[in-house]
Design a protein around this ligand. Structure first.
Ligand SMILES: [Zn+2]
Length: 359
């Protein structure tokens, strides 16, 4: 994320100790422990910003979870490790479950020894003492640059994802069969003003799945909405567990004999669902019907090799073709991958709804 070097890495998940951190007192000594309003406000505010909450507590599991329910807070926690093991193990497990890098996870506990134990084993985890809880929303690492509707829904999307993964772990059949059982629905639509904040967020967040590593700013994207030669498209995904929200962006410039695929980025969260391939197949089919070639910008970064694989798999090659003459030079180590598209069969693992770009 070259544009965000000066801001600290954002915390994606805050893991809470319970006794004398989340609530006042020790549950096993007093089952009427209460959560101060100021702490409740921190939980709700960070949740609205898209920061997930989890629990790591040395406690009786059933008793502690029941108390969180009674307090009306259980739904805010996407994961809980409540037991008598090491906190560092609990924190590592939660980070693994959510597939978050350790540097994006934070831990808050009133016990200096527990914080030291986590820091010793997991030096990248950010640890905070309990008395700093109410300061957290004011810290830059808890303050995302942009707020979108999807930030507010991030928790429910992760909760659905965890249920989905649990089913997947139990599912014995081949992968395509599992994907079909999800009832995936991919919807591509021309972006409106209301989609731009989320689209911009995707170009920043999707470093593994961004074919150019280019960050299009909010203003750049907004300007392209009204440009007759450009298509700004957003892809959203849902399945029988619920919505994944907007998970992809495609930016296409139309020329007389080619369409220039300037940006294709999809969320890492949906990497295993074959969304990149489905989008590339759809664009190839549209271009074949419009009788134009496709030229895709690709810039190698140290994280996006999977996108190169996706383009190669879809048949894109480095190739001299007259259609490239219509494009301004790429620059900045951008490779131009070329495809003479052919009509495509509709995807078999998902239902696709998309506009007709050929008109
Ligand atoms: Zn060509």
């Amino acid at each position: 994320m070259p544009d965000h070097k000066n801001t600290p890495t954002l915390v994606k998940c805050l893991i809470w100790d319970l006794d004398n951190t989340l609530w006042r007192g020790v549950l096993l000594e007093n089952d009427e422990v209460v959560v101060p309003d100021a702490i409740r406000d921190v939980i709700v505010e960070l949740d609205a910003r898209g920061v997930l909450h989890a629990v790591s507590s040395k406690n009786d599991h059933d008793l502690a979870w029941e108390r969180l329910r009674e307090l009306g807070l259980a739904d805010y926690f996407v994961a809980a490790r409540i037991g008598w093991g090491r906190k560092s193990d609990a924190v590592r497990e939660i980070a693994g479950l959510l597939e978050f890098a350790e540097r994006t996870v934070a831990f808050i506990d009133d016990q200096a020894t527990e914080r030291a134990e986590v820091e010793f084993h997991l030096p990248e985890i950010r640890c905070y003492p309990a008395e700093r809880a109410t300061e957290l929303p004011g810290l830059p690492e808890f303050t995302p640059v942009s707020h979108t509707a999807d930030s507010g829904r991030r928790r429910t999307m992760y909760q659905a994802n965890l249920r989905r993964n649990a089913e997947r772990a139990e599912y014995q059949g081949p992968d395509a069969e599992f994907l079909r059982s999800l009832g995936l629905r991919l919807t591509v639509a021309r972006a409106g003003e209301e989609d731009i904040a989320r689209a911009e967020e995707l170009t920043v967040r999707t470093s593994q799945m961004n074919a150019t590593g280019v960050h299009y700013s909010d203003a750049d994207l907004r300007a392209l909405l009204t440009d007759a030669h450009h298509e700004v498209l957003v892809a959203s995904l849902s399945d029988r567990f619920g919505s994944h929200g907007v998970i992809g962006i495609v930016l296409v410039a139309r020329h007389a004999s080619s369409w220039h695929l300037k940006l294709l980025a999809t969320s890492c969260r949906v990497m295993s669902f074959g969304i990149g391939a489905a989008l590339l197949g759809w664009i190839a089919d549209q271009a074949a019907r419009a009788e134009v070639h496709l030229i895709a910008d690709f810039r190698r970064t140290d994280r996006n090799r999977i996108m190169e694989v996706a383009y190669r798999f879809a048949g894109y090659e480095q190739q001299d073709c007259g259609c490239a003459q219509e494009l301004a030079p790429g620059g900045n180590n951008i490779e131009r991958l070329h495809l003479k598209p052919v009509r495509q069969e509709p995807p078999v693992t998902l239902a696709l709804a998309a506009p007709d770009l050929t008109g």
